[in-house]
Design a protein around this ligand. Structure first.
Ligand SMILES: Nc1nc2c(ncn2[C@@H]2O[C@H](COP(=O)(O)OP(=O)(O)OP(=O)(O)O)[C@@H](O)[C@H]2O)c(=O)[nH]1
Ligand SMILES: [Mg+2]
Length: 258
């Protein structure tokens, strides 16, 4: 199968410098409503801070926005804390990160959807960088990559996860011709018109690769920019490198073929 697409991978050092200088910068020239969708599963120690920083960043940008936290079955106070932080909270029985994101996408009213993790790995102050990249490069899907600033971020990411990421990137490149450094990053922005056409099916961590492969197949313009990254220091990862890695491999293949 031949994939017809136009694509841009944007990786200029400029963005790293911008990041160091000022994190909340004006996103100009385009007005759009931003929906930030945050999946949460037992992250009571970090979710309040993430929602507060997300809201404060969007307030400074002066863009209309909403923050949707999707909590599918946390047994801690994640949902209560999110509500108290003035996020809209969607609650459901536990199914997985992919299912949670899909619920959030369905509910989101925005023209652009931003996703970020709630365990403190991503910096909400970098949302403007992602949005700016979308506007300046006229792309529909921007991925925040952990693997540009390799010396700093590589050391924070477990070896097995890094190897897995490399394998997924190679496979995606083989199938689609697209060079990607971080197909699994959960820090992204995508036009909701694109999401609507994707018919996502993933329940778990494979949602990120499903979105990417389907976007490339649809001919959507995709860009990557560097982000800073902190490995979680509190709470618990539920990612099983073998079980979830296999699901991700399977998802890359099926998303490409069907
Ligand atoms: N709603 C919901 N969110 C989830 C689920 N699984 C993970 N998440 C969230 O998705 C984000 C990423 O999950 P992590 O467990 O940190 O996975 P990871 O980042 O690949 O793993 P680490 O590198 O160990 O942090 C976090 O914000 C989680 O709270 C789930 O089943 N439901
Ligand atoms: Mg994490």
């Amino acid at each position: 199968m031949r994939v017809k697409h136009s694509q841009t991978i944007y990786s200029e050092k400029r963005y790293l410098r911008t990041m160091a200088k000022s994190k909340v910068e004006a996103v100009d020239r385009e007005e759009f409503y931003v929906s930030v969708v945050i999946p949460v599963f037992n992250e009571e120690l970090t979710i309040g801070d993430i929602v507060a920083r997300t809201r404060s960043t969007l307030e400074q940008l002066k863009l209309p926005y909403e923050v949707l936290v999707v909590d599918d079955g946390s047994v801690d106070r994640s949902a209560e804390i999110s509500q108290a932080s003035e996020a809209q909270v969607i609650r459901e029985a536990h199914q997985g990160k992919g299912h949670a994101l899909r619920l959030g996408f369905k509910r989101a009213k925005g023209d652009v959807i931003v996703t970020l993790d709630s365990d403190g790995s991503h910096q909400p102050e970098e949302i403007p960088l992602i949005l700016r990249c979308m506007i300046e490069n006229k792309v529909d899907f921007v991925i925040g990559s952990r693997f540009f600033d390799t010396e700093v971020n590589n050391a924070k990411i477990p070896n097995l996860n890094r190897i897995g990421n490399r394998v997924f990137a190679d496979l995606i490149r083989l199938f689609t011709g697209m060079k990607i450094s971080d197909s699994q990053s959960g820090f992204r922005a995508i036009r909701s018109s694109v999401i609507k056409k994707m018919r996502l099916k993933s329940r778990g961590y494979e949602v990120e690769s499903e979105m990417l492969v389907k976007a490339v197949k649809m001919g959507v313009r995709v860009a990557e920019i560097p982000i800073s990254f902190e490995q979680r220091t509190i709470g618990k990862s539920r990612l099983d490198p073998f079980k979830d890695g296999t699901k991700i491999l399977y998802s890359i293949i099926t998303s490409y073929l069907f």
